[in-house]
Design a protein around this ligand. Structure first.
Ligand SMILES: Cc1ncc(COP(=O)(O)O)c(C=O)c1O
Length: 375
């Protein structure tokens, strides 16, 4: 239709992962038999206290608190920060959108460092903002000097950085983050996977920069309950923001953006946070086992990871063919990206030990086929 905003004609849609039952039907399998390692979910699900609270919701028939007060209070207590800095959304995804909504006019610049989480550039394009890419090095480290040059030249409104990064799993060093925070732009650190990082104490908290937010004007830290807390299906995430930004976010958000169920589940998770520690430890131990096992597969090269997934380069044969083989022959779902720098990789989420066992068995049976010569 001609009345559509012109730039949307060129916009490629975001490609989300499909739900269990749809995939199972497509593969002709019972959903119970699928091994879902394609979206970095937590296979252990929510804490039992959360399931219990969800079964006894007092007010599902009443609109949720538009200010998520109880949850934000629990966040304030967890981090010992003033509640005013916290803002809650329907997943970190919603917060990414809201940040762009309040900061960017059409044509404004967002700096993106691909390969990374696709949502930053996707949302920027929805808002007809300009995405300036500073691609990472082949080992996925940031090109810090190039990034600094880009900020100087393009004067972006915002720079998004996932740390640890999706899809490779690497954590930014303290020094690099310090240097970037000196730049004249808003720096959004997306810490969706911080709980899985090494050497940060329980739940990786020592690697987080969230406690610095009140002391800086340009730092935003995003977190989510989708990964370590096992609440991906309920859609709830949060961020710590400087107060000049929260003021704007309150103005533009949907009034009831976080459901009653999501607010309760997140609050109960925070109140029982200690109970997440053994679950995260289990996933980190399994990550190590999976990493070591993948290193012994002759046609694969795994990247070391600080998250609950491992990026794997497929050195012989096609990564896409491997993804299809695992899904069709074994009902094992892994993520394949056709984007530059990643087309010979698959990303595998860390599952339960029995999921790793099934994956390794399937990988042992695969014979890489030579790639067709380019014409
Ligand atoms: C780096 C990163 N940030 C944010 C998200 C989205 O999190 P949420 O489920 O809270 O929207 C993801 C999900 O995969 C992610 O990988």
């Amino acid at each position: 239709m001609s009345s559509l905003r012109a730039h949307l004609h060129q916009l490629p849609p975001y490609k989300p992962v499909e739900p269990y039952d749809v995939l199972a039907r497509r593969l002709g399998r019972d959903p119970e038999t699928l091994v879902k390692l394609d979206a970095n979910e937590n296979p252990y699900g929510p804490l039992p206290q959360v399931r219990e609270a969800l079964a006894h919701l007092a007010y599902p028939h009443i609109y949720p608190d538009p200010e998520s007060r109880r949850l934000r209070q629990a966040l304030a207590e967890t981090y010992d920060l003033p509640m005013e800095h916290f803002f809650v959304g329907a997943g970190a995804d919603e917060l990414i959108e809201l940040i762009i909504r309040v900061l960017m006019d059409p044509g404004d610049v967002l700096v993106d460092c691909p390969p990374t989480f696709g949502m930053y550039s996707f949302v920027a394009r929805v808002y007809n903002a300009r995405v300036v890419e500073v691609p990472r090095n082949p080992d996925f480290s940031l090109r810090v000097d190039a990034l600094m040059d880009a900020v100087r030249v393009y004067r972006p409104k915002v720079l998004f950085l996932a740390t640890p990064n999706n899809p490779d799993g690497s954590l930014l060093s303290r020094e690099v983050v310090d240097a970037l925070l000196e730049l004249p732009t808003v720096v959004v650190l997306d810490e969706a996977y911080i709980e899985f990082t090494d050497n940060g104490g329980p739940l990786g908290e020592g690697n987080s920069r969230i406690r610095e937010v009140p002391h800086r004007k340009n730092l935003v830290v995003l977190r989510t309950f989708s990964k370590a807390a096992g609440l991906a299906g309920l859609r709830v995430g949060y961020g710590a923001f400087p107060l000049w930004l929260t003021e704007a976010l309150w103005k533009v958000k949907q009034p009831y953006n976080v459901s009653v169920a999501a607010q309760v589940a997140a609050e109960v998770t925070l109140r029982h946070r200690e109970d997440l520690i053994p679950i995260v430890e289990r996933l980190r131990a399994e990550r190590q086992r999976l990493y070591e096992a993948l290193q012994t597969v002759p046609y694969l090269e795994p990247y070391p990871s600080q998250t609950n997934f491992i990026l794997v380069r497929v050195r012989e044969g096609s990564a896409q063919a491997l993804r299809d083989y695992l899904a069709q022959e074994h009902g094992i779902l892994v993520r394949y990206f056709s984007t530059p720098g990643l087309s010979d990789c698959v990303r595998i989420s860390v599952g339960r030990p029995e999921d790793t066992d099934r994956l390794l068995e399937a990988l042992a049976q695969w014979t890489p086929q030579p790639l067709a010569a380019p014409r």
